[in-house]
Design a protein around this ligand. Structure first.
Ligand code: ADP
Ligand code: MG
Length: 692
């Protein structure tokens, strides 16, 4: 009998090899193991005879081995085993790769089950390639069943993992279910132990789905409870009241280098109204790249300064933080609002038109004094780095930070237990269907229309070297007009995580040919912060014509003089990411072009066409969601970094069920004092958020 919290080594009858597999999976307890849910199922419950074999559908056959032998393979790396298999209705062939041990385990005359989908091969005719096989005289894992397909890591095979999971789930007897039984009954959901049996050993596809439903429901419910519990706690703490000063607002607006668009005004006004309440603002400013979110944030920070308090303005990268500091200096000059920049490489204060470098201690001392706008990366999130009188936290490009950091912010307490207002900004247009689930605790302002006078970016998909030469031509023409260009390279190989190799090799290639004589500059993740800065500044100062970069330029960088962008291997990027990238150009009144090239000639570039058709980020996002279905958009990632492990973007119905349940629970019990087990789960989410 196994309990949820038992170590995995307690699972009955583990072989040495299975123990090694468990090590690779890095799971400690039986619960950890069983929390790895199948990604999908293969339906092998369909037992058929060879004569009636459907093509391309997953089936199981019971066959006798007539012949089994090792074949010479063209590519020497592979060991290929071919079998001739028969039943009373006919014969069929099967091929396996890299399973030489089959020859030791099986011999002609043996009966086996094979599971898989038959395909017609141009050379070998109808047959199976690498079907699952199991001896017919033992209990089967796949044959005749709905077989779970687990996410695999390292050397772990599907077969071994299925065996371990089966042993664990069948032996499991004790699981404490954190969900109160009234909720399960009301929502018609299985208990946790039932759900585990359903997902790991389903008898039908519907049963598997019901089990998965429970996991998605739990996950979304806990997430919602965590967000709203934090909000309820924050509301209790209260927030500093920022009085709206109309005269000051008018004077601020009148000295800006441009007129605010109606959407920008609406966004700022909504924030001012929020901040006048004693309740902490939680507002998200959504607007496509280049829509002008920064000035709205600057306006809010200015109002906070006016009322005698501090703002922390946080960007995802050092480069962006520095850029924001410069932008704010421009907006704040007339009102002489002091800005303190804190990054890993520099610290300075800008006051009265002068910049003064500071030591770590001096910066800290200045923060302690208060009434300042502090700009920096998320290092600012750390308590000591926050101004003592912090009234407003601005988080730029929050999709980079993830909701985790946002969550950390909402509980960031000042010594007087008050909670700062929060304005977060994102260029990721979140499809409406998901907004409530992901941002249930936020009020949203949208900047839809871009500043007037912007020309749309022309996007062109190019094919092959002929196409690429067109782009080089366009780059050279732009340079002759004293404009600049970006070339974005993808990472060449997995070992090149920071892209230095891609960028360096591309520069060498371009220098020796296509862009001979052009001044090129590199920017990639392996460079030190100081070198990155230097490169950005040099590019801004027009010391180079073309910046060759990895996706570090994706977020926020503002170089209005750059009018051409070439994105290499565009097929490797998501649509939303390409849209972000091309947003680096089109920031002035000059016509701009973004070229997308596919490196892999066979790549499917048709999905990229939407970028040629529209410049609207919301349209691109909806399209991305449609194409990828359950892609890694926003919080939905397989990698474990996302918010949700189980929920997929199309689980809208379950999400709203969980959301409604969260509302009902919190209505009568806002701090979850009567729901201890749920509160514990919600707090676990918050703790992992803090740990990041
Ligand atoms: P994003 O929303 O992508 O952060 P930014 O705030 O960086 O966009 O603004 C993009 C550019 O548009 C900046 O150069 C900014 O000065 C300019 N801008 C912002 N608002 C306006 C406006 N109302 N009229 C003209 N230009 C504007
Ligand atoms: Mg921005």
């Amino acid at each position: 009998m196994l309990a949820w919290s038992d170590p995995v080594t307690y699972i009955h009858g583990l072989t040495a090899q299975q123990r090694r597999v468990l090590k690779q999976l890095e799971v400690g307890t039986v619960g950890d193991l069983l929390s790895i849910l199948p990604r999908r199922y293969d339906d092998y419950s369909n037992l058929v005879k060879i004569a009636y074999l459907p093509i391309g559908e997953p089936v199981t056959l019971k066959v006798k081995i007539k012949q089994l032998k090792k074949m010479p393979s063209f590519r020497r790396r592979f060991v290929m085993v071919r079998g001739l298999l028969e039943d009373e209705t006919g014969a069929i062939s099967a091929t396996w790769f890299n399973q030489p041990w089959m020859l030791e385990q099986l011999k002609p005359g043996d009966e086996i089950y094979i599971s898989g989908a038959a395909r017609r091969h141009p050379r070998y005719g109808l047959g199976f390639v690498s079907p699952l096989w199991e001896p017919a005289n033992a209990e089967t894992l796949a044959a005749g069943n709905i077989a779970p397909v687990y996410p695999l890591v390292g050397q772990v095979t599907q077969k071994t993992l299925r065996k371990i999971m089966k042993a664990a789930v069948e032996d499991l007897s004790e699981v404490t279910d954190p969900m109160p039984s009234e909720i399960l009954e009301k929502e018609k959901l299985p208990t946790l132990i039932e759900a585990l049996r359903l997902v790991h050993r389903p008898e039908t596809n519907e049963a598997a789905e019901l089990g998965r439903h429970r996991f998605v429901f739990d996950e979304v419910l806990y997430y919602q409870l965590a967000l709203r519990l934090a909000r309820n706690l924050a509301d209790r703490g209260g927030a500093p009241t920022i009085k709206f000063d109309e005269t000051f607002a008018k004077s601020f607006v009148s000295q800006l280098p441009f007129e605010l668009t109606p959407d920008q005004k609406r966004g700022a006004w909504a924030a001012f109204q929020d901040m006048e309440q004693g309740r902490p603002m939680r507002r998200l400013l959504q607007g496509d790249v280049g829509s002008g979110k920064t000035v709205v944030a600057a306006f809010c920070a200015a109002m906070v300064y006016r009322s005698g308090l501090s703002t922390a303005f946080m960007a995802p990268t050092d480069i962006l933080a520095k850029q924001h500091a410069l932008t704010l200096q421009r907006f704040f000059k007339k009102h002489n609002i002091p800005i303190l920049l804190i990054t890993s490489s520099t610290r300075y204060i800008s006051e009265g038109g002068e910049e003064t470098k500071l030591t770590v201690q001096e910066a800290k001392d200045r923060l302690a004094v208060g009434r300042i706008v502090a700009v920096g990366t998320h290092a600012l999130l750390e308590r000591e780095q926050c101004p003592s009188d912090l009234a407003l936290a601005i988080v730029d490009e929050q999709h980079r930070f993830g909701v985790a950091q946002r969550e950390a912010l909402t509980v960031l307490e000042r010594p007087d237990k008050m909670v700062p207002h929060l304005l977060s900004m994102t260029a990721t247009p979140i499809p409406r269907s998901l907004t409530l689930t992901l941002l249930g605790d936020l009020d949203v302002s949208i900047i839809r229309t871009k500043p007037a006078g912007r020309l749309p970016i022309t996007t062109r998909i190019l094919v092959g070297d002929v196409g690429r030469n067109l782009a080089y031509q366009a780059i050279k023409e732009a340079i002759s007009r004293h404009e600049q260009a970006f070339i974005v390279c993808p990472l060449i190989d997995p070992s090149d995580k920071l892209g230095s190799k891609s960028v360096e090799e591309e520069i060498v290639r371009l220098r020796s040919g296509p862009l001979k004589g052009v001044k090129l500059l590199a920017l990639h993740g392996k460079m030190s912060a100081a070198d990155k800065d230097q490169a950005m500044n040099d590019f801004k100062d027009k010391k180079a014509d073309v910046l060759i970069a990895t996706t570090v330029v994706e977020v926020g960088v503002d170089i209005p003089n750059a009018t051409v962008m070439l994105i290499e291997s565009a097929e490797r990027f998501g649509l939303a990411q390409l849209h972000q990238l091309r947003g680096r150009i089109g920031r002035s009144d000059k016509p701009c072009t973004c070229y997308l090239t596919a490196t892999d000639e066979d790549a499917d570039i048709s999905r990229l066409r939407v970028l040629e058709r529209t410049n609207d980020g919301f349209v691109v996002a909806e399209e991305d969601l449609k194409i990828r279905g359950s892609g890694n958009l926003l919080g939905f990632e397989q990698s474990g970094k996302g918010i949700f492990k189980y929920a997929r973007p199309d689980d809208i119905a379950i999400m709203s069920q969980a959301r409604d349940t969260a509302s009902q629970i919190l209505k009568d019990d806002p701090l979850l004092q009567a729901h201890i087990s749920l509160r514990e789960r919600a707090e676990q989410i918050r703790e992992t958020a803090h740990g990041e």
